[in-house]
Ligand binder design. Structure first.
Ligand code: 13P
Length: 251
């Protein structure tokens, strides 16, 4: 049985004050228990240390939104996996579509980041997903397979044992237009089948979470699908009550 995972990606939102308030509300709201699900928050990098300190002893685990592929060096503005490990970061988003688009991260770069993260015992959350144009031209599966294969060929299927995959159709991110539970399940099953061609064991174990306009109203139906093992939540994870409801929708 795969343990579910719900992660909140706070993107470039918040201030010291609002993030402290949000963390406090999440800690308080989880006190009566969030069973059977790993819960993760990915604050903006400057707030990692504060988040680590506040979350200590709670059920919440710390994630980061990005990482560089190199261990150290002249990479102004970048952050190494070892630095994230220094702050007890357990998960890192790799290949989020906003990074692919805005920071021009290619499949090859994403694959390098994926393996850099694993060297520090951090679990990469590998984000995959097609654009609207790719879906409408019938290429959604092809695009997702290409993104996944780039990592599989670089790191091997056994590396996936410590990873999480997030299917985030680009057209559903921040648009309020979520994939239907059926559409999401179809792609999740496809991703699991791709993995199964290389290792049935890893395919059975890997968690594949869905992201793209997840909210308190649609989470339960999405998480009820057999190949959907949780969610990667953007906007709705900035509201403590709604995010807690989403986390508790996994059962
Ligand atoms: P929204 O939930 O705001 O659509 O964002 C999804 C996302 O990109 C999470 O990484």
């Amino acid at each position: 049985m795969r343990r579910s995972l719900v992660a909140g990606n706070w993107k470039m939102h918040g201030s010291r004050e609002s993030i402290a308030d949000l963390l406090q509300a999440l800690i308080k709201g989880a006190r009566d228990g969030i069973d059977g699900v790993d819960v993760v928050v990915c604050p903006p990098l400057p707030y990692l240390q504060m988040s680590q300190q506040m979350l200590a002893g709670s059920v919440w685990q710390l994630g980061a939104q990005t990482v560089h592929s190199q261990p150290c060096g002249a990479y102004t503005g970048e952050v190494a996996a070892s630095m994230l490990a220094d702050f007890s970061v357990r998960y890192v988003l790799v290949g989020h579509s906003e990074r692919r688009q805005l920071a021009h991260e290619t499949d090859a770069v994403v694959a390098e980041k994926f393996s850099a993260v694993l060297r520090h015992a951090i679990s990469p959350i590998l984000c995959l997903g097609e654009t609207l144009e790719e879906r409408e031209s019938g290429r959604a599966e092809e695009v997702v397979a290409m993104q996944l294969n780039a990592v599989l060929e670089h790191s091997g299927v056994s590396a996936m044992a410590n990873a999480v995959i997030a299917y985030e159709p680009v057209w559903a991110i921040g648009t309020g237009r979520t994939a239907s539970a059926g559409q999401a399940q179809e792609m999740h099953r496809f991703i699991r089948e791709l993995m199964a061609r290389r290792s049935a064991k890893v395919a059975g174990q890997i968690r594949i979470i869905y992201g793209g306009s997840v909210n308190a109203g649609n989470a339960r139906a999405l998480f009820a699908q057999s190949d959907i093992d949780g969610g990667l939540v953007g906007g709705a994870s900035l509201k403590a009550d709604e995010f807690l409801t989403i986390c508790k929708s996994v059962s």
